[in-house]
Design a binder for this molecule. Structure first.
Ligand code: GAR
Length: 201
């Protein structure tokens, strides 16, 4: 049985598109059932629609609290019988209750080699530090920001002439490779999570 996946986005949705394209393969162990955005301007919504994927927009200001907002999203995901959630450029911190409800079922992509450079402006901070290497990480989501068991990482060298844009482009290419591969590993049950470590089954 293929796993039913929802993708949460806030913007352009290029990682979302990489997941959608991977899931078009008949042998891929997951199907993308729904894309939810917290921004009605998110370009990714149009991209998802162009692939025939259902989309919903849920706006924080229509709710009294982060908890009510997340509860609403959680209910939608339950109705659609979602097994796995991928956060792909979803720029909103999930509440602890939401993460607990979906424990070990949320996968995030982050544009740094975690645990370095949690949060925003990862490439700028790596350049400012004179780091020689950076990259991206997929991980199982825990309540603390950008933390949780690491699924995959890929690295790139930071060259002398790199700026924030060139670095972001190089890293994004890797993101588009490791996110679909990570979802594949999780959806096919190839991984087990022991304490804070992801192991091959
Ligand atoms: C990606 O680089 C993703 O790793 C990053 O936002 C970008 C979204 O691009 N996510 C975060 O910074 C979350 N902490 P996309 O919308 O084209 O996938």
């Amino acid at each position: 049985m293929k796993k039913r996946v929802a993708i949460l986005i806030s913007g352009r949705g290029s990682n979302m598109e990489a997941l959608i394209r991977a899931a078009q393969d008949h042998n891929y162990p997951a199907t993308i059932e729904l894309v939810i955005s917290n921004k009605d301007s998110a370009l990714g919504l149009q991209v998802a629609n162009s692939y025939g994927i259902d989309t919903k927009t849920v706006i924080r200001k229509n709710f009294n609290s982060d908890q009510e907002f997340d509860d609403h999203i959680s209910n939608i995901l339950l109705q659609v019988q979602i097994d796995i959630i991928c956060t792909a450029g979803y720029m909103k911190i999930l509440t602890k209750k939401f993460v607990d409800e979906w424990m070990n079922k949320i996968i995030n992509i982050h544009p740094s080699l975690l645990p370095s450079y949690k949060g925003l402006n990862t490439h700028r901070r790596a350049l400012e530090d004179g780091a020689r290497v950076t990259g991206c990480t997929t991980h199982i989501v825990r309540a603390e920001l950008d933390s949780g068991p690491i699924i995959m990482q890929e690295s790139v060298h930071i060259e002398k002439d790199d700026d924030e844009d060139t670095l972001a482009a190089k890293v994004l290419k890797l993101e588009h490779r490791i996110f679909p591969e990570s979802l594949q590993k999780i959806a096919s049950g190839k991984l087990i999570i022991k304490d804070n470590i992801v192991l091959e089954n």
